[in-house]
Design a protein around this ligand. Structure first.
Ligand code: GDP
Ligand code: IMO
Ligand code: MG
Length: 434
């Protein structure tokens, strides 16, 4: 389809990068629309792992344009490092990379601010990636202290803005007890370097995308984080600072939501979360550890062990509704191989009441007890399976149940990290019927 969107329905790390890479082959442009270098998207091609952070995962396909949209917060230092890695992988950045002139920049003081805030929060810390995401979006919405990519090419404007900003930021950092201070001239010099580094790629991304649509080109939106980390719909305040659900597509790209015909919700066959916040189906036992080890559940960005738990169909359905998901990609199914029994959370119990959706308050969600439905597991290795028919019956039943509970058909199943370790479920296969 002409415009497709890939969105995580859990707390991030659903293997969006793998799915985007897979689908990028059938698209002309892949667009990141929110988040920044807090994202860590892994793409594995013929055994080689690529870690993408700010640059859209589709860039590994020659000829596909990778656009960093206006809603992204761009850390120029992280971007320069990533550009170098991607260049070394043989990508022609001049031909393929584009950056919106409306995207906001993450400045060194954003990261300093976040470090001091997280440290001061103690037990109440969000457990962020410390990439400066929150402080940058705060300044974007606050309007006074933000710098956009396009500002790098307006020296007078930039000097005036940064001069006011540094004055304020240094006072805030001092009040918060941080030692770091930022000086205008060295920062302006850095900005000049960043301006030159980015110059070949900076465009008016909004008209670029609309012109592409008019020419009949196919666009793929790549979500970062997941719907449960969305600042409006996630488990607030344990969320990221952007709209990481479908609603971020329109604001973060300038393409209206009604142009997106295909919304693919990505879910792991179980659930993970990094950082703080409620997680009703979290496992603190050896099954949780087994999933962590088999799924290599350690953060791509920070290396932190991910919290692991059973598939939460209440949360996934909540996210699927918010995003208007019309099909699902279920990933890391192979990680569940070998477990005798699998549990799916079908409701929560809170203070004796049965809840069928995600409550707004984090304290309420933290007190929710999951109601589990048990399913038999399977023992056969499925990493070489390439069609639904070859999957063990128990795996097909498990997928079918996810489909029913979440409310959208499963159209992609991932059974290993590699691009090839994928099952495409065709509608006429009646694939999951067992
Ligand atoms: P993203 O942030 O949503 O793109 O996901 P991440 O890349 O952070 O995390 C997903 C992890 O699972 C990565 O290490 C992938 O290489 C890996 N992965 C993706 N799909 C599969 C799969 O089907 N099976 C297994 N075992 N690993 C997978
Ligand atoms: P991808 O795109 C998983 C989490 C952090 C923290 C919270 C806020 O790889 O799925 P932030 O730095 O954004 O202010 O942190 O959100 N978080 C993620 N968790 N995957 C991600 O990205 C994440 N990006 C942020 O751990 O709990
Ligand atoms: Mg990730």
């Amino acid at each position: 389809m002409a415009v497709t969107s890939v969105i995580g329905l859990q707390w991030g790390d659903e293997a969006k990068g793998k799915i985007v890479d897979l689908l990028a082959a059938d698209h002309d442009i892949v667009v990141r629309f929110q988040g920044g270098a807090n994202a860590g998207h892994t793409v594995t091609v013929d055994g080689t792992r690529y870690k993408m952070s700010l640059i859209p995962s589709g860039i590994l396909h020659p000829g596909v344009i990778a656009l960093i949209g206006n809603g992204v917060v761009v850390d120029p230092i992280a971007l320069a490092e990533e550009m170098e890695r991607v260049r070394q992988a043989g990508v022609d950045l001049t031909a393929q990379l584009r950056i919106s002139d409306r995207a906001h920049l993450i400045m060194p003081y954003h990261k300093a601010e976040e470090r001091v805030h997280e440290r001061a929060a103690g037990q109440a810390a969000i457990g962020t990636t410390l990439r400066g995401i929150g402080p940058c979006y705060q300044d974007k919405v606050g309007r006074r202290f933000s710098v956009r990519v396009g500002d790098l090419y307006r020296p007078r404007w930039l000097r005036e803005r940064l001069s006011n900003t540094l004055d304020y930021k240094n006072r805030v950092l001092a009040a918060l007890g941080a030692e770091e201070r930022f000086e205008l001239e060295p920062l302006l010099k850095q900005c000049q370097q960043w301006a030159e580094q980015m110059r070949p790629y900076v465009i008016d991304s909004v008209s670029f995308l609309h012109d592409a649509l008019e020419r009949g080109q196919r666009i793929l939106f790549e979500g970062a984080q997941g719907t449960l980390l969305d600042v409006d719909h996630g488990t607030y305040p344990y969320v990221t600072s952007s709209n990481s659900s479908m609603s971020g597509v329109a604001s973060g790209s300038g393409i209206p939501a009604n142009r997106v015909q295909d919304v693919i919700g990505v879910v792991k066959a179980y659930t993970t979360r990094v950082g703080s916040g409620p997680f009703p189906t979290e496992l603190h036992d050896e099954i949780g550890q087994q999933i962590r080890d088999r799924g290599n559940e350690y953060g791509t960005v920070t290396g932190r062990p991910r919290r692991c738990g059973w598939f939460d169909a209440v949360a996934a359905r909540y996210s699927a509704r918010i995003c208007g998901v019309n099909r699902l990609a279920v990933t890391l199914l192979d990680v569940l191989t070998g477990l005798d029994e699998l549990a799916i959370c079908v409701a929560y119990v809170w203070q004796g009441k049965l809840l069928k959706t995600v409550p707004a308050h984090p304290e309420v969600l933290a007190e929710c007890q999951p109601v589990y439905e048990l399913h038999p597991g399977w023992q056969d290795d499925i990493t070489t399976v390439r069609s639904v028919a070859e999957l063990p019956v128990a795996a097909r039943r498990y997928l079918k149940r996810i489909e029913e509970l979440v409310g959208a058909p499963v159209s992609i199943v991932s059974v290993g990290p590699d691009r090839d370790q994928t099952i495409r479920v065709t509608p006429h296969e009646q694939a999951l019927t067992v």
